[in-house]
Ligand binder design. Structure first.
Ligand SMILES: Nc1nc2c(ncn2[C@@H]2O[C@H](COP(=O)(O)OP(=O)(O)OP(=O)(O)O)[C@@H](O)[C@H]2O)c(=O)[nH]1
Ligand SMILES: [Mg+2]
Length: 290
């Protein structure tokens, strides 16, 4: 019977099986470790929800509220994009409050919420982030519902939204851009009509109507050259169609037309800074899409 000393001696004596076993352990361990780590959640990129919209809409205030649970006393105009990690759960109705954003029990999905600067001069930063975000699963377009009754605010807000929707439409149809020809998964859009606590704020239905009217106007003016040239609807090239937002040739734009490209657009009211923050419907909307 082999004694302990015999076993040790056998292991210490250079022999082929022992050397092979040693090599296996030395080479195999890092590979095994890599496989374990790569498959764990920490190494997969989380889905991204992006906050877009004109300056002063309340994007940073919303991000801070979701991150800390309380709205910030004050915010500054953002000059750079900023991301935070949140986890959303669609388990049960009781958990759908944004106040449970850090509740990691049950089934939840980690995702990145990305704040972008809204200022016109920094629009390329925001649009660049929109284009670069891989695993983009939701766009939240935050608008100031109290400012939209004035044309001064409505026109630039709608122009920005137009660019975002047209970008998503082109992405969904695989037209233009870097991913030419490759159809991507359509990304849903939430128009978050913020500042409902202010008495001047338009209700969500009015925000929707105002934006649709203005988007119709923008669409008409941007395609003016096309319409004026007298080309019939049937003989326009696909390039013109690609640049047309929504249902081609329709007189009035409506958000429902984006369904044609599988893009859902919802307009939902809320308030970040109300005494009792009212953002649960936005949170629930996001939670269902990450
Ligand atoms: N009354 C009211 N004010 C709000 C609400 N949400 C945000 N604000 C205020 O609106 C202002 C702008 O908010 P921000 O979060 O900085 O806006 P932003 O969209 O990040 O703006 P940029 O960073 O410039 O793009 C701040 O003074 C907020 O206090 C709200 O629900 N109600
Ligand atoms: Mg900001």
């Amino acid at each position: 019977m082999a004694t302990f000393a015999d076993v040790v001696e056998a292991l210490m004596t250079p022999s082929l099986p022992v050397i092979l076993l040693g090599l296996l352990v030395i080479l195999g361990a890092p590979v095994l470790l890599h496989i374990i780590l790569a498959s764990s959640a920490a190494y997969t990129t989380p889905p991204v929800a992006i906050l877009l919209g004109p300056d002063n809409g309340g994007k940073t205030a919303l991000l801070t509220l979701l991150e800390r649970g309380t709205a910030p006393a004050q915010t500054h105009t953002s000059q750079a994009a900023h991301a935070i990690e949140l986890s959303a759960s669609t388990d049960s109705a009781s958990k759908t409050s944004f106040r449970n954003h850090d509740d990691a029990s049950g089934t939840h999905t980690k995702f990145l919420l990305l704040d972008t600067p809204g200022h016109g001069k920094l629009r390329t930063v925001a649009m660049g982030r929109l284009a670069r975000a891989d695993k983009l699963c939701a766009v939240v377009f935050v608008v100031d519902a109290a400012a939209l009754s004035e044309r001064d605010a409505l026109a630039p807000t709608a122009a920005y939204l137009y660019d975002v929707l047209l970008y998503l439409q082109k992405k969904a149809t695989g037209a233009g851009g870097h991913s030419k020809g490759a159809k991507a998964k359509a990304v849903p859009v939430l128009v978050a009509a913020n500042k409902m606590d202010l008495f001047t704020a338009l209700p969500a239905t009015m925000v929707k109507a105002h934006l649709e009217t203005e988007l119709t106007r923008i669409r008409a003016s941007r395609s003016k050259g096309l319409l004026d040239s007298g080309v019939g609807m049937d003989d326009v090239g696909s390039e013109e169609q690609d640049g047309w937002l929504g249902e081609y040739g329709s007189e009035k734009f409506s958000f429902e037309q984006m369904r044609e490209f599988d893009i859902d657009v919802d307009v939902v009211g809320g308030s970040v800074m109300a005494e009792d923050a009212d953002v649960d419907r936005w949170w629930w909307w996001i939670a269902q899409r990450v």
